[in-house]
Every structure is written in C-alpha cells, then in structure tokens.
Design a protein around this ligand. Structure first.
Ligand SMILES: [Zn+2]
Length: 183
C-alpha cells in the first residue's frame, strides 16, 4: 500500500485515508475533549474512548476485510495496524501474533494519544492504560481478523506515564480477566 494510494485529497475539504473520510485533528483538541469528558463523567471516559476506538476501527476495517483488501490472518492484522500508524496515530508494530489463541502484542513509540506532556492527570484515573482509543482499535482489528467478539485490549506500558513505549496486549476477555484486568 503506497502512501499515494493510502492518503488522498479527494477535493477541497475532503481527505480520504483508505476508504475512510478523515480530517486533521490537533492533539490539543483531543486532549481537551478527553479532559472535559473526565471532568463531566469521571474515569468512565476511558471506556468511552475505548469504545469509540472499537467502533471507528470496525467501520474502517469491516469493508476492507470483507473485500479481501485485508486478509483475516496475521498479515491482515499487521496491515491494519500499519494503516493506523500511517494515519498518524503513532509508530506501532505488531511484535507477537497468535491466531489460534487470539492474542497479539503491539508496541508503539511517539504515539498520538501519549504525546502531550501533561497527561499525568490521567495516570491517576487510568484503569487499563491511557491510550484508550488505540486500545479499542487494536481490539477491533483482532475481532475482525478472528470473527470473535470477545477480543479486548489493555495497555500495559505507556509513554504518557514515563515508559519508553506504549505496549498493548490483545487477548480474549476471559484471559485478561484471569490476569486481573477489569473492563
Ligand atoms: Zn500509551
């Protein structure tokens, strides 16, 4: 997938990434939105961002997998994560993938959601990581690849919290619950 095919300025005021319409959205706006949500509804804001990531990635990924532009296997998962990286959300790589177990490990640096230095506030309320939109996206891609709805994702390290990378563990919900992650 070349950059030229992947990102297209279709006409004035309309950018397409793959088949999804996108707009450039400043990190300061995203963080303001996040902070306002936390102010208004508390820690459940994490879940709202997570579910938004799931929803968005499903809308983006569904037609791509249905049309075999992306395949329902490890290479399809890698390509979906590559597309998310190229869209500007961070320098992500799939480090491990096991189709039969439904597990994967994704690591990223310079991630969009962790790129504001004032994220310490979030550290106090985080449950399963800070980069909640990305968590949702990686879970959704696994759901699409495996045709399983029980796939979830937790962030086990985060640049916003001082770690060198943002690390994500994707697995069936039961596996993560056994490891004491709560959704
Ligand atoms: Zn992070």
């Amino acid at each position: 997938m070349s950059d030229k095919e992947f990102i297209n300025i279709e006409k004035r005021g309309m950018i397409k990434v793959g088949i999804a319409r996108m707009a450039l959205f400043p990190i300061s706006d995203l963080n303001a939105l996040y902070d306002k949500l936390v102010e208004l509804i508390g820690p459940v804001a994490n879940k709202a961002f997570y579910l938004a990531g799931v929803e968005g990635a499903t809308t983006f990924g569904n037609p791509m997998f249905d049309r075999d532009i992306l395949q329902k296997n490890e290479s399809g998962y890698n390509a979906a994560v590559e597309a998310y990286s190229q869209a500007g959300f961070g320098n992500f790589y799939v480090k491990e993938f096991n189709f039969d177990e439904g597990t994967a490990f994704v690591s990223g640096t310079e991630t969009f959601e962790a790129s504001d230095g004032q994220r310490q506030i979030v550290a106090q309320i985080r449950s399963n990581g800070h980069c909640n939109h990305s968590r949702g996206v990686f879970a959704a891609f696994m759901r699409l690849v495996t045709n399983r709805k029980d796939m979830e994702c937790v962030e086990v390290k985060c640049e916003a919290l001082g770690d060198a990378t943002c690390d994500f563990k994707i697995a069936p919900r039961k596996v993560l619950e056994r490891e004491d992650f709560i959704f």
